[in-house]
Design a protein around this ligand. Structure first.
Ligand code: FAD
Ligand code: UDP
Length: 372
């Protein structure tokens, strides 16, 4: 008899498996329908021996010391600050938009103060700011919105930024200085030997059994367990009772070139050209030295594996109904990007999983200990 059946071996499922096994001595079965652990963060050496991320570029960044310390038990790190260029008007310019972006794009030599004035002069007054269009036009005006955000977003999400919640484009800041890092978090690093190696160490506990190539439906009636931790899509768990929650998908096209380096930076975004949104060159991320180089192109799709919850009010409404159902389902705990329908980064999923662990841990404690 297992104490927990954990569905999904991504960050959400693996963090819980590790905590429950190592801290509470629980017997855990973690399963995944894919043929590997690590969920969407899975990386592997391709046939040319280059470390690549099968499901698109994963860059670790967090402001949470707790999350960073927790993961540091399972991996050493390679310091890495991510930089992205956007191909706009025939030039490759820094993204997020910063002082250099504006100067290069328009052939100017503005200072930080002047670019701040420039943004103010082109910004549109929008109130309230509720959509992904509002966020951008209220900061940098319509022209820059159209050059950098409108078409990228339409391609990525299959809908106009005006139809998406403000949280989507709010992920990308606008700067008046020359900082060209994609993230400004306190901790920015890549697992030194890759994500999969980190997951292998997390799951290497005698109380944890791993079963791959297995959908949980296949084993529900065969393997005895007490409780479920579920990190798959929440609507699927409830047989789409309130309809399908939309998840945006991607097709990843991997390519290896017979030269050591190809792109001018780790990622180049293509808001206005091509069917793909961005190209990533893995060696920038991993620091690997190799005579060849591997890239991935991301082609957004409506159908396929669910990768992105789609943040917009009508979807939030449907999710609220599923959330109520989830809360009322005893013995099943929903966690992760798909099961809680949240556009979460890896660190946010780790934090969410650690919070659920605390709840499970406290459930077993007498109340007076809880009150301490
Ligand atoms: P997942 O990793 O999706 O794991 C869920 C697992 O459940 C999957 O392996 C799935 O196969 C399994 N599963 C589902 N249904 C079943 C079933 N019925 N039976 C058995 N198994 C099932 N985050 C960052 O912090 N930085 C980044 O740079 C970054 N880049 C990203 C790029 C892309 C293209 C994508 C799609 C995401 C990116 N993310 C990034 C987000 C990151 O991938 C997620 O936050 C994280 O992987 C979510 O972990 P999870 O465990 O919730 O879900
Ligand atoms: N975005 C954009 N142009 C860009 C980069 C991002 O319009 O050059 C928008 C787009 O809607 C995207 C969102 O900002 O989905 C968030 O970007 P991020 O790079 O965080 O996306 P992710 O890495 O999660 O795919």
């Amino acid at each position: 008899m297992f104490d927990y059946l954990i569905v999904g071996a991504g960050f959400a499922g693996s963090v819980l498996a590790e905590r429950l096994a190592s801290q509470l001595n629980k017997k855990v079965l973690i399963i995944d329908k894919r043929n590997h652990i690590a969920g969407n963060a899975y990386d592997h050496y391709n046939e040319d021996g280059i470390l690549v991320h099968r499901y698109g570029p994963h860059i670790f960044h967090t402001n949470s010391r707790d999350v960073f310390d927790y993961l540091s038990q399972f991996t050493a790190w390679r310091p890495y600050e991510h930089r992205v260029l956007a191909s706009v008007d025939g030039q490759e310019v820094p993204m997020p938009i910063n002082l250099d972006t504006i100067n290069k794009l328009y052939g100017l030599a503005l200072t930080s103060f002047q670019v701040d004035d420039f943004f103010k002069s082109v910004a549109e007054e929008v109130s309230p700011i509720s959509t992904s269009e509002d966020v951008v036009v209220s900061k940098v005006g319509r022209e820059l919105y159209e050059k950098f955000f409108r078409n990228y977003t339409r391609k990525q999400w299959g809908m106009d930024p005006s139809e998406l919640d403000k949280s989507v484009t709010s992920r990308v800041p606008v700067r008046t200085n020359r900082d060209d890092r994609y993230f400004t978090d306190t901790y920015q690093a890549m697992p030194l030997h890759g994500y999969t190696a980190m997951f292998e160490r997390m799951l290497a506990h005698p109380n944890i059994k791993i079963m791959l190539n297995t959908d949980y439906h296949e084993i529900l009636d065969i393997i005895p367990f007490k409780e479920i931790i579920y990190s798959g899509p929440v609507d699927e768990y409830f047989d789409f009772r309130y309809g399908k929650l939309p998840y945006r998908s991607l097709e990843f096209k991997h390519e290896t070139l017979d030269k050591p380096l190809h792109l001018p930076s780790a990622v180049v975004n293509y808001p206005n050209e091509h069917a793909y949104t961005r190209v990533t060159e893995f060696k920038y991320l991993t620091g690997q030295v190799h005579p060849k180089t591997s890239l991935v192109y991301e082609y957004p799709q409506a159908e396929g594996d669910p990768y992105y919850p789609v943040p917009r009010p009508e979807n939030a409404e449907v999710y609220t109904k599923y959330k109520k159902l989830a809360d009322e389902t005893p013995g099943v705990h929903f966690v992760g990007r798909l099961a809680t329908y949240k556009y979460y980064n890896m660190d946010q999923v780790v934090a969410q999983a650690l919070t659920l662990f605390k709840k499970l841990e406290n459930k077993g404690k007498p109340e007076k200990v809880l009150g301490k």
